[in-house]
Design a protein around this ligand. Structure first.
Ligand SMILES: [Zn+2]
Length: 174
C-alpha cells in the first residue's frame, strides 16, 4: 500500500512531466526578462566570494589536472584553425580591440607613432598578466581594459630602455 507521501510524490512527478515544456519555456522567458538582474547578481556573488571561488577552482584543477590538460588539448586540436569556435572568436575580437586601441596611441617616452612597435608597460606592481597574453587567452574586453588602465604605451626601444636602463647603470664598472 502506498502512503500519502508516495502519492504526492507521484502526483508531482506526473504534473511536472505533463507541463515540462511549459516549465522550460517559463525558465527561458524568466532568464531573458531578468538577464541584467541575474548577471548583476552573479557578479556580486563572484565579487563577494572571490577568494573562495579562486581556491575552489585551484583545488578542482589540481585534483583533475590530467583530465583538464587532456580537455585543453582536445579542445585545441578540435578547434585549431576554426574561426567559429568561441575561444578563437574571442581571441580575434581581443586582438582587433588591442590593435585598434594601439592605433590611437603614441610612445609616451619618445613620441613615435608607429603602433606596430608598441608594447604595454606596467608601471606599478599590480600586474595580473601581460595584455598580449590576456588577449590571446580570450579574456573579456572589460578585464583587458581594466589591465590597460595600469599600463603606459611605449615603443619597443623605450620599453627596453625602461627595463634595462637601471640595471645597466647599476652594473659594476670595469
Ligand atoms: Zn619610444
Amino acid at each position: 500500500m502506498s502512503t500519502n507521501k508516495d502519492k504526492i510524490k507521484q502526483y508531482n512527478a506526473d504534473y511536472y512531466s505533463k507541463h515540462k515544456a511549459y516549465h522550460k519555456q517559463y525558465h527561458i522567458e524568466y532568464y531573458e526578462k531578468n538577464k541584467e538582474k541575474l548577471k548583476q547578481h552573479r557578479a556580486q556573488y563572484q565579487e563577494a566570494n572571490k577568494s573562495k571561488i579562486k581556491q575552489h577552482t585551484a583545488e578542482y584543477r589540481l585534483q583533475n589536472i590530467e583530465k583538464e590538460r587532456q580537455d585543453d588539448r582536445d579542445y585545441y586540436r578540435k578547434n585549431k584553425g576554426n574561426e567559429n569556435s568561441p575561444r578563437n572568436k574571442r581571441m580575434a575580437r581581443n586582438r582587433k580591440f588591442v590593435r585598434d586601441y594601439k592605433q590611437t596611441l603614441c610612445c609616451v617616452d619618445c613620441g613615435m607613432t608607429n603602433w606596430l612597435c608598441f608594447d604595454f608597460h606596467h608601471e606599478g606592481d599590480d600586474k595580473i598578466n601581460t595584455i598580449a597574453s590576456m588577449s590571446n587567452r580570450g579574456y573579456s574586453i572589460a578585464r583587458i581594459q581594466n589591465e590597460l588602465k595600469k599600463c603606459i604605451c611605449l615603443c619597443a626601444n623605450c620599453h627596453r630602455i625602461r627595463h634595462n636602463g637601471n640595471a645597466w647603470e647599476q652594473q659594476p664598472k670595469t
